[in-house]
Design a protein around this ligand. Structure first.
Ligand code: ADP
Ligand code: MG
Length: 351
């Protein structure tokens, strides 16, 4: 149901080409618990990110349910991520200000499921990981092992076919790690679980397949699969069509309001900062138009001291007036420009 065909991933930075995955081919069974082992930098995280569609392969092909992902659109990837795979992170990635019920429920908001259905499914998932009675606690009120259970419940709530876990026990003590492994093992009875781990003992104790990576290559696979023994059940699962990803308007609205309410301090502060900017611009505009008016008035007053006189004999005073006028204006203009500059700087300083 999930097959990697000669997948390579090359990261290109300014001065360096880094081959994170080098022509990897793996075929996974419909349900198994596969562990991926390898030293740091061997490409484990890159492999998971490519399987979950968070990163794109450079060459090769990823086959999901016998369909090549080469022509997958963004929408296809969204739909796949929201309905077919669940991801468990080492650092849990829980939302701190939401209860754990809400944390699990949130994974369903993009699935177009109604609110009551969401709560029902989230409670069921929390029950499966043994945390139902803690559902109204915030993540900070839980232990590391419990937080990882919430993360697993969140990965399971959508009933995905594939569950991926990146070092899920990396931050846990050995006893708690075992409990998490038991949980993943039971999940793997019905689903494909792919787990990256640093711990070979846990991998060999709990998983039924160990794939070893080194420098982006597979150096060992304890239980390879060639994809030929597809049972009827396999084919049925493969035909399961993913639904479209969607979120109702009300859900979106309630999520945004919720988000706004949790940042009570930040919202007025942003509004305050924004208004300072707007007030500043208004101040600059009004000052500059006021100064312009003042200049016009001064000009008019200055020129009224040269009234129009009609005489019998004509003398051409125009040039004399113009000269004098320019002198006065130059003088006034210089002063005005100075005042204008000063007035423009004051609001900028305030900002
Ligand atoms: P692992 O999870 O096994 O420790 P990774 O998959 O994170 O290894 O990384 C594999 C290699 O790819 C490493 O050499 C790493 O430096 C490189 N790499 C990973 N992500 C990036 C990235 N975003 N940009 C450039 N290089 C990366
Ligand atoms: Mg890693």
């Amino acid at each position: 149901m999930l097959e990697l065909k000669k997948i390579s991933k090359v990261y290109e930075t300014e001065d360096l080409k880094q081959t994170a995955l080098d022509c990897i081919s793996i075929n996974f069974r419909k349900n198994e618990f596969a562990s991926i082992l390898g030293p740091s930098g061997s490409g484990k995280t890159t492999l998971l990110n490519i399987i979950v569609g968070l990163d794109q392969y450079t060459s090769g092909d990823l086959i999901i349910n016998e369909v090549s992902t080469k022509k997958y659109t963004d929408r296809d990837w969204d739909s796949y991520r929201n309905h077919r795979v669940g991801f468990v992170f080492q650092s849990y990635n829980l939302i701190a200000h939401q209860t754990i019920l809400k944390n699990v429920e949130l994974a369903l908001t993009l699935s177009g499921v109604s609110k009551t259905e969401r709560v029902k499914k989230a409670k069921k998932a929390l029950k499966e990981v043994g945390l139902l009675k803690h559902m109204n606690k915030k993540p900070s009120q839980l232990s590391g092992g419990q937080m990882q259970r919430v993360a697993i419940a969140r990965a399971l709530v959508n009933d995905p076919d594939i569950v991926l876990a990146d070092e899920p026990t990396g931050a846990l003590d050995s006893e708690t790690s075992k409990q998490i492994m038991e949980l993943l093992k039971s999940v793997a009875k019905e689903k494909l679980v792919i787990m990256v781990t640093h711990n070979p003992e846990l991998a060999s104790e709990y998983s039924n397949r160990i794939i070893k990576l080194k420098d982006g290559k597979i150096i060992d696979d304890t239980n390879p699969y060639d994809g030929t023994v597809n049972t009827k059940e396999d084919l049925e699962v493969e035909k399961k069509k993913p639904k479209k990803t969607s979120m109702s308007f009300l859900t979106a609205l309630s999520l945004s309001l919720n988000n706004l309410m949790t940042k009570k301090g930040r919202t007025p502060l942003t509004a305050f900062a924004g208004s300072i900017g707007i007030i500043g611009i208004a101040l600059i505009l009004s000052l500059s138009s006021g100064v312009q008016n003042y200049i016009n008035r001064v000009q008019e007053e200055t020129l009224t001291s040269y009234p129009l006189v009609i005489e019998e004999s004509s003398i051409d005073l125009t040039s004399a007036i113009n000269e004098r006028r320019e002198e006065i204006l130059n003088d006034k203009d210089k002063k005005m420009i100075k005042i204008k500059k000063l007035l423009l700087i004051i609001p900028l300083l305030i900002l």
